[in-house]
Design a protein. Structure first.
Length: 82
């Protein structure tokens, strides 16, 4: 479920929107001033790439290869998969 961040063009308030279903239509207004004038902003991320416990085999592994548009890197991140 992606979380999108927006900045109100009228009052500069930053607010977020959690998208639960793909294609879901949501009426979006600024929670502070109720304006419909806003822009989407680039969200910051917060994650740790590494094993964290001194176990090098339990961390993130990356594989870099040549792709038609340049180089591509694929990361294998530990955790549950579908």
């Amino acid at each position: 479920m992606p979380i999108y961040e927006f900045r109100c063009s009228d009052c500069s308030e930053l607010f977020e929107l959690l998208v639960v279903k793909q294609g879901e239509e949501v009426e979006l207004t600024c929670p502070k001033c109720q304006s419909e004038n806003f822009e989407r902003v680039l969200s910051t991320t917060n994650f740790n790439m590494g094993s964290g416990g001194g176990n090098p085999s339990g961390g993130v592994r990356g594989q870099t290869r040549n792709c038609p548009g340049g180089s591509c890197t694929t990361y294998d991140i530990p955790g549950h998969t579908r």
